[in-house]
Structure formats: structure tokens, C-alpha cells
Design a protein around this ligand. Sequence first.
Ligand SMILES: Nc1ncnc2c1ncn2[C@@H]1O[C@H](COP(=O)(O)OP(=O)(O)OP(=O)(O)O)[C@@H](O)[C@H]1O
Length: 259
Amino acid sequence: MTQPILKARNLVKRYGRVTALDHCDFELMPGEILAVIGDNGAGKSTLIKALSGAVIPDEGTVELDGKPIRFQSPIDAREAGIETVYQTLAMSPALSIADNMFMGRELRKPGWRGQILRQLDRARMEAMAREKLNELGLMTIQNINQAVETLSGGQRQGVAVARAAAFGSKVIILDEPTAALGVKESRRVLELIQDVRSRGIPIILISHNMPHVFEVADRIHVHRLGKRLCVIDPKQHEMSDAVAYMTGAKDPDPALNAA
Ligand SMILES: Nc1ncnc2c1ncn2[C@@H]1O[C@H](COP(=O)(O)OP(=O)(O)OP(=O)(O)O)[C@@H](O)[C@H]1O
């Protein structure tokens, strides 16, 4: 049987009196797009933060490729191959596309001095950035030295996803990637997400946009009151069912809460 690439059991995270994660289970299978949906405050962001090192859970276990992991920071998760694209994108607008793609992991020329003092290898970074954007069909971006602030919202999201795909060897987490985008730009980003999946990288997609979720997700994790309520197959469920489960208007068949 195929093993999950990322698996969590009984995650608990409390903020004072608020229980953001309440014995939450999670499973991401290789090569899939798994959407995580839930009402405001259901605990979706806390879940992805717990999977990506941004939050340390109070209880519970996480496994990557079958091995237990305990990330202490997002850097640990990145080093393990889990890349997260937050809604805020975490880019430096005044810097170029190439600089943004390599931010925090700049390539340097060989030399005898300490890593930090060696000269940046701009030519290699630009060539690699161009190659990555090209691979993902993002060459509508003309100039790799263009400042990110001159790009449209969709292009920026594209660069952030390309950066994640370039470095996220195991898992990519996307938090509301189409939230701020128009129809055409959303479409391009959805295509990009599917391109990334076709390259074999599984994706966790958090979104409130049900048509987008139903269009690209292979499975949907429905989150309610801090836990996984059920996992549904978008081909076998109506969008209205998903919304009813999410909001508590209707309960799913208990058999659905097995991944
Ligand atoms: N840093 C924090 N400090 C205190 N409470 C928090 C913190 N982060 C989240 N919470 C609380 O935990 C609960 C879950 O929040 P979370 O952001 O994970 O939900 P969400 O499903 O991502 O919501 P949304 O869709 O609105 O972004 C909420 O009640 C929220 O107020």
C-alpha cells in the first residue's frame, strides 16, 4: 500500500483557552493535490504551520516519508524539503526575480573565505532562475532582473510557486494562492499548481475558493473545530456537501474520516 509522504496524528495546539488543533490527523499522499478546507478559525493555518515548523504542536506526531520529525523552525522544514508559500508571499518587492528566488540560499562563487564573504554567483543564480521559470512555463516574465514590484499579482504568485517548486523537493504548501487574484491570473496559477503536481511534487492547498478546490484537488481534507472531519473525493461529492460539512450544517458519513 502507498504510504503517505506527510502524516500527522493527534496534533494539539492551544493558544490560551483556544484549542486551534484538537487531536487533528492529517495525511498527504505522494503526487497528489490535497485541498484543506474549513470555515474561518477552523484551524487550517495552524495545521499547516504545525506541518511546516512555524508552530510547535503541544501534542501529537508528524512523520515525513515514514520518519518521525520535530521541526523547531520553518528553516528545519525547508531543509527537509517542505516549502510553504504564505498569502503574504514573503518577497522583497525592490529586489529582482532572481534575487527573490534565491533569497536566504544565495549561490556563491568558490573561494577560500567564509561562505558569507564569498562573492555572489549572480550568473549562476540568474541562469537557474530562468531555467525554473521556463520549466513551469512562466516565461511571460521577460527579464529575470526585473524587480518583483513591477510584476502583476499573478506573476508574483507564479514566482513564489516556482521558487517553492525549485527548492521544495518533497512537499509544497500553498496558503490561499488565488485569494488576491483576478479570473485570468487565478487560472494561470491553477495551471501552475497542476504543472507542479505533474512533476511529482505533492501539494497542500488551503483555499476558501470552492470552485478552485473542486477543479484541481485530488482529495479534500475538511477541517472543522480544530480537527479533520472527513476526507472527500471531489469527483464523488457536490460542492454543496463540502460546504455543509465545513459549516456543520450536515455531518458526513463516519466512514469518510479514514484517509
Ligand atoms: N497566534 C495566535 N494566538 C492566539 N490565537 C490564535 C493564534 N493563531 C490562531 N489562533 C486562534 O486559533 C484558531 C484557529 O485559527 P487558524 O488561523 O488556524 O484558523 P483558519 O482555519 O486558518 O482560519 P481562516 O480561514 O480565518 O484563516 C482561531 O480561533 C484563532 O483565533
